[in-house]
Design a protein around this ligand. Structure first.
Ligand code: SF4
Length: 339
């Protein structure tokens, strides 16, 4: 089994499936060179492996396989209503990789995909071309680390660097790179750009320990966020999703004290606050696989196809954190997803 906590920069893949059409692609070659002992298996289409029936996602997380493929069809997606758009009119996301080396118990990917295997789409050039086509009509706010944690995969695939190089040539493009990792090597080599936002998901250490398996500790995430701010990068903290657990006020208060000790909060680009919410269909799939998970078996309230904490609890949690942060940062820099 991989020990990602200690060594997530070098996860081991025993098997790598490669679509024939990208077997000779330069990015495929670069990625395969990092796994000289992996067994390479050529396939026709990534779905032949990714969508096999009766896959056990929980077990697969212990032995994830890597799939290299070409993204076809839709390349850019409009942001979902449950996602924070930070006041941006043209909010899109790309999915240049699917699934994550981390294993958060509440991750919607477990309900969205039929497999825990990681798919990397190596034809970034096609996605870049699509972005350029859209940029001809209007500016674009683009989340590039959706459906994965791209920065955690960086030592393997280098896509964040490629996105940064692309953003450097397109002033009308703003990208957000959201992460729960502490890639200190990357952070220390960063070239700051005004249109590349680094967004750290921040949770109490008790939530990380209980539910965000293999992700970086709170102190390591804050260390990286602070280093990026010192380097001049726009940094966002996402207190989203807030997760309910007994004694949540104490845990979130302690977390905020740690944030204040580590970060010049008033110099953040902004912060987001939102309690856990998820599509009803994804939650149904997740519950089939994890019958003992407290975080996904909470008695949620259903509304318009989504599940969230009961309104009074949701309001109490979000107001509690908003009031604390509002003492340190301008109100207009605080984004709540449901108001
Ligand atoms: S870090 Fe994000 S994408 Fe990865 S498992 Fe956790 S919630 Fe899912």
């Amino acid at each position: 089994m991989k020990n990602l906590k200690e060594d997530y920069f070098n996860p081991f893949f025993s098997h790598i499936y490669v679509e024939k059409s990208v077997r000779n692609h330069a990015r495929t070659q670069n990625i395969l060179a990092k796994f000289p002992s992996a067994q390479i298996i050529e396939i026709g289409h990534y779905k032949d492996v990714f969508c096999r029936s009766r896959q056990n996602i929980r077990l697969q997380h212990c032995a994830q396989k890597l799939i290299l493929a070409a993204r076809q069809g839709t390349l850019l997606y409009e942001g979902a209503p449950v996602c924070q758009r930070f006041g941006n009119e043209h909010f899109y996301y790309v999915s240049c990789a699917m699934n994550c080396i981390f294993d958060c118990a509440y991750c919607y990917l477990k309900g969205m995909y039929p497999s825990a295997n990681i798919v990397v789409f190596v034809n970034l050039e096609d996605i870049f071309a699509e972005v350029e086509r859209v940029l001809e009509n209007h500016p674009l706010y683009l989340c590039v680390s959706y459906d994965t944690d791209l920065l955690a995969l960086e030592p393997l695939i280098g896509f964040v660097q490629e996105w940064c190089a692309f953003a450097a040539k397109h002033a009308q493009l703003t990208i957000e790179i959201r992460t729960k990792c502490a890639n200190k090597a990357f952070v220390q080599s960063i070239v700051p750009m005004p249109n590349v936002i680094y967004a750290y998901t921040i949770s109490p250490q008790a939530v990380i320990d209980a539910f965000e398996h293999h992700t970086a500790s709170l102190s390591d995430r804050l260390f990286c966020a602070a280093a990026l701010m010192r380097a001049g990068c726009p940094v966002r903290l996402c207190f989203d999703p807030m997760i309910y657990l007994p004694g949540w006020k104490t845990h979130y208060s302690e977390m905020m004290n740690q944030v204040y000790r580590s970060i010049a909060v008033d110099q953040l680009l902004d912060v987001s606050i939102g309690t856990f919410r998820i599509s009803q269909d994804y939650l149904k799939n997740m519950r089939k696989q994890a019958k003992d998970s407290a975080v996904i078996w909470f008695p949620f309230q259903k509304e318009d196809g989504y599940c969230h904490y009961p309104a009074p609890l949701m309001e109490e949690m979000e107001s509690f954190l908003t009031a604390q942060i509002a003492e340190k940062i301008d109100r207009e820099k605080i984004f709540r997803w449901n108001v």
